[in-house]
Every structure is written in C-alpha cells, then in structure tokens.
Design a protein around this ligand. Sequence first.
Ligand code: ADP
Ligand code: MG
Length: 553
Amino acid sequence: MEGTAAPSSLARRLRALDSRPYGAYRSLAGSHDLGIGKLIIDKVQVDPYAPPSLMRVVVAGPEIPAELTADRTGRIAAEDYLTRRLIAEIAKLPGGGRGIDAGRATQHILERTTIRIDQDVEIRLLVSLPASGRRIRGHQAARLLTEDLPRVIRAAILEADLTAMAAHVAHVRDVEWLRGQLADLDLVAFVSSGSILPRRSGVSDRPLPGAVPFSPPHSLSVSLTLPSGREITGMGIPEGVTVIVGGGFHGKSTLLRALERGIHPQVVGDGREFVVTRSDALSIRAEDGRAVTSADISPFITNLPGGADTTDFSTTNASGSTSQAANLMEGLAAGARVLLIDEDTSATNFMIRDDRMRRLIPERYEPITPLADRARELAEAGISIVLVTGGSSQFLDVADRVIAMRNYVPSDVTEEARGLSTPRPRPRPADLAGAAQRISQRVLDPTCLRARKPPRASGKTIRLGSETIDLTALSGLLEEPQTRAIARCLDLLATERASIGELLDDLEHLIDTSGLSALSDRPHPGLLARPRRFEIHAALNRLRSLSLIDHHS
Ligand code: ADP
Ligand code: MG
C-alpha cells in the first residue's frame, strides 16, 4: 500500500479527477490523511450504479475509559453508542448524508461491524462516490470525503459524549445481567412494570402513545437490584408451560411480540427496554411452503398417508402443521429451551385436537400428535413454552401457569383455570432428545453452498445461485445487516464438512473470539450485525438445495 498522503492532497487529487470517466476513481484505492485520522479506501465501485465503495476511517480518539469496553457487553454497547451518533451526524449533512452509509438506527442493540473500538477507533462506511452520468464529480467528491466526512467523524466520534456513552453501557449491562439471572431464578422472561409494549402501527417500531403501561400481577411479581443500583420490579414468567389467555384485542400477541423482541437489548425510550427474554428462546410458527430436509419430526407427525418416514422427513412444500413441527424440532436441535408460540401464527391441527374429532377420526388415521398433548413432555425435558391462545381450553389442562390479559392488564388465573381443567390422556412418549440430536448430527455437504457468486442478502432473503432463501418468517431476524452476516456464514460453510451442530458451534466460537468481522476475509467486513445461531440454522434448513452426506448411517 502506498504511503498516507496529506489531507489537502486528497482534495486536490479528487478535484483533478473532475469530469474524468468514473473508473478513474479507482486510482484512489489506498490510504489518505484526513487530518482527523486516516481514510482507507478499500474498494472503489466500478461505476455509479455498482454497490458503493468500501472505506474505513481510523481515528485515535476519544479517550474512552478502559472500564467501559473491558467486557464484551460493554464493548458492544460502546460501539453501538458511537454507531448511533455516527448515523445521526450523517443524517445532518446536506441531503441527509446521501452518499455516506453507516446503516440505519434501530431500537435494538446488536453486535455490529460498523465501528470497532480497539487501540484506535475504526469506522466502516459505504460511500457512493458522486457522478454526473458516468463522469466523476471531483469537486463534490472532494467536499464529501475531505470536508463532510471529517466533520461527521469529529462530531460523532472525537467529540462523543462519554457520560452518555457510559449511561448507554450501564443500561446494556443491566439488561444483560438481568438476562443472565433469569435461568437462576427459574424464569424464562421478565417484563418490567411500566413497560410500553404496543407499537405505534404495524409499520412503526415506536411505542404507542397513550398506551396502558404494563403492570405485573402480584403473584408473579419479581424485584431485583440491577448492577447500576437501579431497583426494578416486574413480571417474571416462570419456566414450564405458561399459557396467556384473554379475549381478542386484549393485548396477548403484543405481550408475546415484546417477549420475542426481548432476546436483544432495546434502547432506553423503546418502552420494552426492560423486557428481557432468555437468549435460548425461539418463536415457533407455522410456515407453510418452506422446504424441509431430513428433519426428525416424529414426536409430532407419524404415519403419514403414503408412508413417508417422519424421522427423516423431507419436503419442498411443507404444510402448516409439518412446517411448524419442523420449526420446533430444528429449534430444539439448535439449542432452543424456551418456545414462544402464538395461536395467531400457528397451524390449528399442530396445536390441538378436540375430543369429538378424536372420536370421529381414529388415532391410526391421524398423523399429528398436537402440541397440547406433548407440552408436558417438553416441560419435563426442560423445554419451557410460553403460548398465547384465545380459542382453546386444551392448553389450560397442561399449563403450569395461566395469565389472563384483560384490557392489556395481566392477572394470574392459574387457580381458576385449574378448577376448569380436565386431565388429558398422555400420548405414547416421544424421543424428543433423540430426534433433536438426529437433526443436529446431519452432516452438511458443503458443495450445495457453492455458487458462481457468493450468497447475497437483501432484506430478509438470501440469494444463493439460482435459489432465494426466504427468512421472512423468522421473528428473531430483525434487519438486513443480520441477513448479510448469515450470507457470510453460508459462504464460510461452503468449505466445511462437519455436522450442522458442530458448524453452528464453530461459527459462534469464531464470532465470540475474533469478533463479527471475522466472518469476512477482507479488512472492510461490510455493515454486518450478529444473528443468533437459530437464524443461521434456519437459513440452512430453508435452503431448498440443502444436501447432506451419509446422514442415514
Ligand atoms: P390479542 O392478541 O389479544 O388479540 P393484540 O396484542 O393484537 O391483542 O392487541 C390488540 C390491539 O391492542 C393492538 O392494536 C395493540 O396495539 C393494542 N394494545 C396492545 N397492548 C396495549 C396497551 N398496553 N395499551 C394500549 N393498546 C394496546
Ligand atoms: Mg393475537
């Protein structure tokens, strides 16, 4: 790489390129002095319509107290704080900062590659270099890179408010500490008093103004002192089977969606910043049409007409119930220990079967053992369920705890429900652990992940060769930067040959020890955000061309 040229020299070079063909921008690859720090141009786009250029800025300051970034949670929170400032400062530029992209500010806090705090602070950006037709606009480029960019970095990073950063870190540490406590307290989730759970609209993630704040029922109330010293009270949802009931529109699904979101910390002001769910929680829904490859769904589905083997079940077009059974069993295989289920997004025949129907259709003609019949067995195997239902009483019979939502206010109706329940006949026990193990021991044939071009993310889909992997049903997948990280994972797996369970472990280990940037082999990793192992697993499982090696032996 060439030496670092002086700041004025970059401006001069850019102005000299004015009106030249766009490709001449490529002469800028390398390192430049920005005055405030160093600009490294890693990759220059070939034309104005190509994906933007990859650039990094490395600055020495600010003096971030070592204590803030001493642990993983602290570093992620501190980097998140700077990323938010960076995005906000870019938005203040004329034209809303069109040209410089550091990602979008969302309410959830994820491990990201946008900013890396080390000895220095490294800022990773996507920059669209200005053009007029296919000609370089050199004066505009000089302004963008040598005036706007340094101004943004100075305001966002060098002049960062370290007190506010420390508060952000303390908040995320409180949340992660609370998450860590849940298992010890035999809880699967915590919803603090005063939380605002509903959102402004189906397309807005902002809290609903004027919403009824959450208030926990006395019997489920838990009080804790957070590491920051803050006292907090809320509803603890215990391990076991918890059924959330209530009339339509009384806030059941809203509560469940808040629990789904609670797997990641939220910013203060989200309304759900102290809704905290264990990190081994996973939403399980019906997803008809998805592909399934060699999944053992026999705990829920057996004796299919036609005799398909449901311990090794494959389909290119799963039904509602088989897709939900596959989602559940694959989730267990990836380590899910808390299942979040809403009847709104479930297949009825996967969930329940009523008594008259049992009498009408003899058991040997019914392939499905519904979840209501398996819920106790799951609980006894250490798998908790939080389930929303308005329509069926069958889950009352298997619930450890029943919470009723009335006008958005929860109450503990476990005793009343017990009075109404009737013991259920238990089905023949299933080999849940064995089935999950068979799924995680499937050996990936890596060649199925090889294509002419590396996998490419767009929204919640990934393009691999001629196939599009649809991840829109995954409530744990929040944004495109996570999909991009999954695409990177698939690319890395294209050279591995091991069981899918081991591959997931290896990927997590790689990210834990070397950071999310390790998913890329380039100095500029792109703008990635961390998915959980469940979402990576889900992408593999939804690959229609997934191929496995010797999985029968
Ligand atoms: P259910 O699943 O019980 O049918 P939802 O959770 O879908 O009900 O909620 C129904 C409506 O009530 C939604 O429009 C939601 O935004 C609103 N809502 C939910 N919780 C609250 C609350 N705490 N305060 C005000 N409105 C709420
Ligand atoms: Mg609902």
